[in-house]
Ligand binder design. Structure first.
Ligand code: AMP
Length: 597
């Protein structure tokens, strides 16, 4: 038997929620539904966002309301227009198979006459943001005298936004006999006061530990210089080719600036903030929900309560002013039992804020290193190879072209085609990222320097007396480490003793050479071809590469140096540089993100 039936939910509703994938109740639903179904208690639910709160109160409401009557019996108050629309839509979905259910969403920024018309036609459930609700009450356009249930959703956020007085005024329009159900992610004293003032002996339920974030969220931070923030952010985004993220900024202006810069850099991004018209906000949300948008850049308020499944990353481009808001932000990922990452870009001064947040969420952050350019290249390359494996082939459409394609490729072996095809994408990324500097900074703070990071650094930089070099050949070229050692020694005419560590990667290799022998390597590899490809040697990205190199590096040198991490102003002011960076082609502006998932 379906466990929702066991809880006392009727068949029609169970059928509807089964269709949207609710197989078993979430913990808050399991605990809250039996209590709320009695209709006898006030209720306080302390639960994180994304735990299934909407159904926890929505399903009992559908059981308790008399849908043969057409007057308001339930009022749901919530802080934002997005959340308001979402709750109304969820209730409509849950009640798909019940007759005569009328839900109205009442929120600012949209045409009030449409909302008034819906109310006049008769509604049983009103979902509203406080401001517009008061407006409608002020017009005497609604009768709340038969309201039996009031839900205060995201109560802490409503109070944060200054709705205390509006809520008082709205509640005073409802009968004293009503039951009040309050949901909040946190329980500051202001929320506690509402519970005291408006409820009698409420049933209290805490799902998860108080204030504790969702256990499925990993919390990462990157320590960078403030001036490198945008470059580091882009690099992290590039390191996660399948990212579907929400990026939080502190102000509307910052939101807009970051979104604009990202779009100019070829990312699939847009902003969501309070200065947009309702129509614009709906449009952005629709694109994001449908995954035609990969990065949603938002302010705290605008993103409050956004329920989009499968958000892979929450990115705190700027940490929130109110550290408590961090929980709300990170709650946008790892919804419905999934996992997710909440990552923050911080400078040294902001580390104390990270420590403070750790206390609030009761979980430590993990320090991560901003990926090096080559790591990004490798990640993108393998993501592309995955895409090749998974691409949908439209046999019918491509069929007429195939004979010609086959003919023009017939002189190439399978290996050649694979290599060329991979290089097509990879070379451009490499060009963009080669010589990109390390953006990580040392933590001065003892506690986080756990040795791992230092160890990594040691590994990346060359050993004493050795120079670390890069070569554009790797294991895909069928080199083993031994082969590579032989290849270098024979070509550069140096002894194996002069070679240090060899780090063989997929399509490239890092190797150490005694400082005294470095010039021999450059000399030896000048104009060397390997299977028709020019072999390139460079000093690995530590700034010493300026003016050195063999093979084709020097051709793109100056441009590439700018490419990786040039500052935003530079990027935005120069179309040429943007177009020459090759970045746009990778981040997929021209493709819809739908094709990326
Ligand atoms: P909420 O906290 O109500 O915003 O819900 C978070 C997400 O979990 C939404 O996408 C819901 O559709 C989903 N959800 C809620 N309850 C369940 C359930 N019992 N089974 C699966 N998904 C659920």
């Amino acid at each position: 038997m379906n466990p929702f039936l066991d809880l006392g939910i009727r068949h029609e509703v169970v059928n509807a929620i089964s269709e949207i994938g609710f197989e078993k109740p979430s913990p808050i639903q399991e605990k809250a539904i039996p209590v709320l179904l009695t209709g006898n208690d006030d209720f306080v639910g302390l639960a994180q966002t994304g735990t299934g709160k909407t159904a926890a109160f929505g399903l009992p409401l559908l059981e308790l309301i008399d849908f043969s009557q057409k007057h308001p019996q339930a009022l749901v108050l919530c802080p934002t227009r997005e959340l308001c629309l979402q709750i109304a839509k969820d209730l409509e979905k849950f009640s798909k198979y019940i007759d005569n259910v009328h839900v109205v969403a009442v929120y600012g920024g949209a045409n009030i006459s449409d909302q008034l018309r819906q109310i006049r036609r008769g509604v049983q459930i009103v979902v509203a943001t406080p401001g517009r609700m008061l407006d409608i009450i002020g017009r005497n356009a609604i009768d709340f005298s038969n309201v039996k249930y009031v839900v205060l959703d995201e109560a802490d956020e409503m109070l944060n936004m200054g709705f205390q007085e509006d809520i008082n005024n709205i509640l005073s329009e409802t009968p004293d006999t009503k039951k009040t159900w309050l949901f909040s992610a946190t329980m500051p004293k202001e929320v506690r006061r509402i519970a005291q003032n408006y409820m009698s002996n409420p049933f209290e339920l805490t799902v998860g530990t108080k204030n504790t974030g969702n256990a499925n969220i990993e919390h990462h931070y990157y320590l960078i210089k403030a001036k490198d923030k945008y470059a580091a952010f882009k690099r992290i985004v590039d390191f996660y080719p399948e990212i579907f993220g929400i990026v939080f900024c502190r102000t509307k202006i910052e939101t807009q600036e970051i979104a604009e810069a990202l779009v100019k850099d070829g990312y699939n991004a847009d902003s969501l903030h309070g200065d947009l018209s309702q129509q614009q906000r709906d449009k952005v949300m629709k694109r994001y929900r449908e995954r035609n948008l990969q990065l949603l850049i938002a302010t705290d308020v605008a993103a409050r309560g956004i329920d989009v499944n499968d958000v892979t990353h929450v990115i705190n481009f700027s940490l929130p002013d109110e550290v408590e808001n961090y929980t709300h932000r990170s709650g946008r990922t790892a919804r419905a039992g999934k996992t997710g990452i909440s990552l923050s870009l911080v400078n040294v001064k902001e580390l104390s804020k990270i420590r403070h947040i750790e206390k609030i969420i009761g979980k430590p952050f993990e320090r991560k290193q901003v990926p090096q350019g080559t790591e990004v290249c490798e990640k993108q390359l393998f993501a592309m190879i995955d895409k090749v494996h998974n691409v949908d082939i439209n046999e019918e459409q491509i069929a007429p072209f195939l004979p010609n394609i086959m003919e023009s490729m017939q002189d190439l072996s399978k290996e050649d085609i694979i290599k060329r095809f991979a290089s097509l994408e990879f070379n451009r990324f490499l060009e963009y990222y080669q010589n990109a500097p390390d953006l990580n900074i040392e933590a001065r703070e003892g506690r986080r320097d756990d040795g791992r990071e230092r160890g990594e650094r040691r590994e990346r930089s060359s050993s004493r007396g050795f120079t670390r070099l890069f070569m554009n050949l790797g294991s895909v070229d069928e080199f083993s480490r031994g082969d590579m050692l032989g290849f270098i020694c024979n070509t550069a005419k140096i002894s194996g003793k002069s070679i240090g560590k060899i780090d063989l990667k997929g399509v490239f290799t890092f190797f150490e050479v005694e400082d005294a022998e470095v010039n021999k390597v450059f000399e030896g590899f000048k104009d060397v071809d390997f299977n028709g490809r020019q072999v390139r040697i460079e000093v690995s990205g530590d700034g010493r590469s300026e003016g050195r190199g063999s093979g084709s590096r020097s051709r793109g040198g100056d441009r590439n140096r700018r490419g990786g991490d040039r500052d935003r102003k530079d990027r935005r002011s120069s179309r040429d540089k943007r177009d020459s960076g090759g970045f746009r082609d990778f981040s997929g502006k021209k493709q819809t993100s739908r094709s990326r998932y």
